[in-house]
Design a protein around this ligand. Structure first.
Ligand code: PMP
Length: 456
């Protein structure tokens, strides 16, 4: 073995021991890199991607209804006719014709007359989340977020060393009184609150929507307290019954950074999202984005621009809505039939429902037994900053077919019922390993469900 291998991360001849056997650079990472963790969902990915597992875990959109042949022709034509631009670097803020089209998309959210110059195109709204956090958050600053909150946002906040404080929500979304009380308490402690992060429509993971009457209340509270709102709205157009309620941004153009995405209303493949921000904030976001990625993909932006111009994108959205509604109904019906001891939220759109387990059950520790029973979900703990959420799970209905959803919920109910029996008999926290081994569930055959999702 060379010196380099014996003293990892250190050149031959130097002294010091900076690493370990697995990672020679272990001690060299920046402090904030300690906060980078695989999400609970990604950790599951390799197991749940087995075709025999029904995954109710991932948030992968179902793209089967997209006109892929026409999209392929359109992409080929784009490269043939405009390849010199599409294959080139673009400007950091994003391609102007797409920013113009984005203002039309946002008008469905009640945002009218948006200035394309206040939009920054990003690599998915995930990058927009990272940029906002980068430009606002110093270590230990507080970010307010719903309780529970989107796991991918929590990952960004953790990586940027924010301290997340959760605010309760109910079937009508974020609770204004809870928001007020939390702000008061934090300010009393001298904490710096940088922004409220909220998903008002078809919440991930809670499946609820902020009611129309609460929207101006939430905005008023934040404006009074001088707290910026980051409104994350990737699912807004996927309401089962109608266009979305007016965006928080429409109540306070200067107090809200609105994040949008083409991932769910079209497809995530081009990785295009955006931030629509008050002008001064937009400038910071643009500079931060240029420094991170130089510019978003021109090919992706132009392909989406072409999709918005040449295809019936709103007709496609309507088709998605009814497909997801059918899947949601399949899930709610199966839950009512197989899991009467649980409660769950009733989504009016989007991809998810949030299930509360009978008292004493722990979704995180139950997960290996569920996967053994050939069904997967995400434990509620993934959606909290502070380890809460063990008696919840997120079930997604976006990707499996209605028949698969029904079979997945049936399998899950066998695991939940067995677990409940044990908890009733022995008390919470007592699930011996060998008992877990008894829970092998004869699965009903379902059609091949294809890959499970790593998407969040
Ligand atoms: N916000 C929420 C609430 C999400 O659920 C997701 C993806 N699942 C994102 C942001 C990121 O989406 P994208 O980067 O694909 O636009």
């Amino acid at each position: 073995m060379s010196d380099l291998h014996r003293q990892p991360g250190v050149r031959s001849g130097q002294t010091g021991d900076t690493g370990n056997r697995l990672d020679p650079w272990f001690d060299q990472y920046a402090e904030r890199a300690q906060n980078l963790r695989a999400s609970e969902i990604r950790a599951l990915f390799s197991v749940v991607s087995r075709p025999e597992v029904v995954s109710l875990a991932g948030g992968m959109p179902n793209l089967k209804d997209l006109p892929l042949d026409r999209l392929a022709d359109s992409a080929a034509q784009l490269i043939r006719q405009h390849g010199d631009v599409a294959m080139q670097y673009g400007n950091g803020q994003g391609w102007e014709p797409l920013r113009e089209r984005i203002t039309e998309v946002m008008s469905y959210d009640g945002i009218v007359g948006a200035d394309p110059d206040d939009i920054v195109v990003t690599t998915g709204s995930q990058q927009a989340l990272d940029l906002v956090t980068e430009v606002f958050v110093d270590p230990n600053d507080v970010v307010l977020a719903e309780s529970p909150s989107y796991v991918g946002a929590l990952g960004v906040f953790r990586a940027r060393q924010a301290d997340v404080v959760h605010v309760d929500l109910d079937q009508d979304g974020l609770i204004p009184e809870a928001l007020e009380a939390t702000i008061k308490k934090l300010k009393g402690q001298g904490r710096r609150i940088k922004f409220l992060y909220t998903v008002p429509n078809f919440h991930n993971p809670a499946g609820v929507t902020l009611s129309e009457s609460r929207r101006p209340q939430i905005v008023d509270i934040c404006m009074r307290e001088g707290i910026l709102i980051v409104e994350d709205n990737p699912y807004g157009l996927l309401g089962f019954h109608s266009d979305p309620l007016p965006a928080l941004k429409s109540y306070s153009p200067d107090g809200v950074v609105y994040l949008g995405s083409f991932s769910k209303m079209f497809a995530p493949g081009f990785r295009i999202g955006w931030a629509f921000a008050p002008h001064a904030i937009r400038e910071k976001l643009k500079l931060a984005s240029e420094s991170a990625i130089l510019c978003p993909s021109m090919m992706g932006q132009m392909a989406i621009g072409q999709y918005l111009s040449d295809f019936d994108w709103y007709g496609q959205v309507k088709q998605f809505r009814s497909m997801y509604q059918e899947r949601c109904n399949a899930m709610l019906t199966a839950l009512a039939e197989f899991m009467p001891d649980c409660t769950w939220t009733t989504p009016e759109g989007g991809f998810y429902t949030w299930v509360t387990l009978p008292e004493g059950l722990d979704a995180k520790s139950m997960l290996p037994r569920a996967v053994r029973g050939l069904v997967a979900y995400v434990s509620g703990t993934a959606f909290y900053y502070d380890g809460r959420g063990a008696n919840h799970m997120r079930l997604s209905f976006c990707y499996p077919t209605p028949a698969q959803i029904r079979e997945g919920v049936r399998r899950l109910s066998v695991v939940v019922n067995a677990e409940k029996e044990l908890v009733d008999m022995f008390g919470a926290g007592f699930i011996p390993e060998d008992v877990a081994g008894l829970q092998v569930i004869p699965p009903h055959p379902v059609e091949d469900i294809g890959p499970a999702s790593d998407a969040r």
